[in-house]
Design a protein around this ligand. Structure first.
Ligand SMILES: Cc1cc2nc3c(=O)[nH]c(=O)nc-3n(C[C@H](O)[C@H](O)[C@H](O)COP(=O)(O)OP(=O)(O)OC[C@H]3O[C@@H](n4cnc5c(N)ncnc54)[C@H](O)[C@@H]3O)c2cc1C
Ligand code: HEM
Length: 373
């Protein structure tokens, strides 16, 4: 298989921008109308979530061995869209029709053969993982909201109780849909380690003009039933051995998975020291500080430090959360989570200061779902 040709051809097609998903979906829905019901009602003005990922992932088939765990998660997670085995050839055909359309003369039999083989390989890994998980887990879980608190302007803390046992690891996320915006799935991180009562906590920050975050923070209420996909992500999960000390740096709701790690360490018993830095623009946005202070007081191995960047009246630590946290680094493993901008600027500071890259773990809250690791 000529994987270089796959990448180059995808690069060429992707240059046509929004025309690509437009053509892909027209082809898919025309050839296989039954697939329309899997997608959100309104696909207008919505950043494409599938086609770019599809082209990117399939054209990187030379990395398929590295990508297997990610593809397995993606396949299991696709069950929440009600995707079944028969849909894979449909999407494959629409993808090929799209490539052929945009490549014109450059679409050759050799290229067609390679794209077909590459798609088949990726689809096989996803579909097999999905079918395997169907024996033990539902396609999605339902979580009844039992607590909904607007803690700060545009920031809500939500607790939901799931209907089936849900095995996840502290630091993971799942994609979630609210009945207020059917079939619009977005990723949110669990703000807790797994609990016996099968509840999960979410920290949701409203993004300007954001469809799902606004619905979750301002529309959702107790009694609503959320849909929750399979747990995903391993960027922020803890290695059990050896139990190294941790420096955790969260910006905004990037606190959520880090709080889950703190809970995890608490469940494991006092095996490591944890220093948690919580960044916010203003003191009002320190939406979880009361709960964190309580955990801090109860646990001698934990230190929580709030850091505020733009609030002249705040009496605590001021500045970029990464700069303040760096002063406390003395060899611990570092975990960073927050907006794309916060994560990039923090990681750059850590590297500049000499923190070894292999000791830095990070994840950013982007609008792109399902990224290859
Ligand atoms: C692995 C992962 C975990 C996440 N965990 C959390 C979490 O715990 N808490 C949380 O509040 N959010 C989290 N997010 C972000 C979340 O998935 C959504 O992107 C966010 O809530 C916006 O969705 P929306 O439907 O409201 O916005 P959309 O309607 O999808 O987008 C509206 C506009 O905002 C832009 N936009 C979308 N998302 C973001 C963003 N995150 N930052 C800046 N601009 C954006 C879009 O490009 C668009 O212009 C996570 C994202 C990922 C990938
Ligand atoms: C090789 C095969 C495939 C790959 C690599 C792939 C990849 C992806 C990725 C990365 C996303 C975004 C993640 C997310 O939002 O959760 C996505 C979304 C989606 N995929 Fe797939 N996918 C594949 C096959 C399919 C098939 C066969 C279907 C069935 C028709 C499907 C239906 C969807 C739907 C409905 C969405 C959500 C779209 C939206 O919200 O706008 N996918 N896919």
């Amino acid at each position: 298989m000529d994987t270089q040709a796959l990448k180059e051809s995808w690069h060429l097609v992707a240059r046509s921008g929004d025309q690509v998903p437009l053509f892909f979906y027209s082809a898919l829905f025309l050839m296989y109308p039954e697939t329309r019901a899997l997608f959100p009602v309104s696909m207008a003005n919505q950043r494409d979530r599938l086609v770019n990922a599809l082209g990117h992932i399939v054209s990187n088939v030379d990395r398929v061995d590295d990508l297997v765990p990610f593809l397995q998660q993606l396949g299991r997670d696709h069950r929440k869209f009600a995707v079944v085995a028969q849909h894979y050839p449909a999407v494959g055909q629409a993808l090929l029709a799209t490539l052929q359309h945009f490549l014109g003369d450059r679409w050759t039999p050799a290229l067609a053969r390679d794209w077909t083989a590459a798609y088949g390989l990726v689809a096989k890994v996803m579909n097999e993982a999905a079918e395997e998980s169907a024996a033990t887990t539902p396609p999605w879980w339902e979580g009844e909201i039992i607590l909904h608190e607007l803690r700060a302007p545009g920031i809500a803390v939500i607790r939901a109780r799931l209907n089936y046992a849900y095995a996840f690891r502290a630091g993971q996320s799942a994609s979630i849909a609210t009945p207020l915006r059917p079939r619009m799935w977005r990723f949110y991180s669990f703000a807790n380690a797994p609990r016996r009562d099968n509840t999960i906590d979410l920290h949701v920050r409203v993004v300007d003009g954001g469809v799902v975050s606004t619905a979750l923070a301002h529309g959702a209420q107790r009694g609503d039933i959320l849909r929750i996909g399979a747990p995903v992500g391993d960027r922020l999960t803890l290695d059990a051995n050896p139990p190294r000390d941790l420096l955790l740096i969260g910006g905004g709701t990037g606190l959520a998975p880090l709080k889950a790690l703190v809970e995890q360490v608490a469940y494991e018993g006092q095996r490591r020291n944890v220093h948690l830095f919580v960044g916010a623009r203003t003191s009002r946005e320190l939406y979880d500080i009361e709960a964190l202070s309580k955990i801090d007081i109860e646990n001698p191995w934990l230190r929580v430090v709030p850091v505020v960047s733009n609030d002249a009246f705040y009496s605590g630590e001021h500045g970029h959360v990464g700069d303040v946290a760096l002063k406390a680094w003395h060899g611990q493993d570092v975990f960073v989570c927050g907006s794309e901008e916060m994560v990039h600027s923090t990681v750059a500071r850590l590297l500049d200061a000499g923190v070894p890259p292999e000791q830095i773990r990070f994840d950013e809250f982007t609008s792109a779902g399902g990224r290859a690791q």
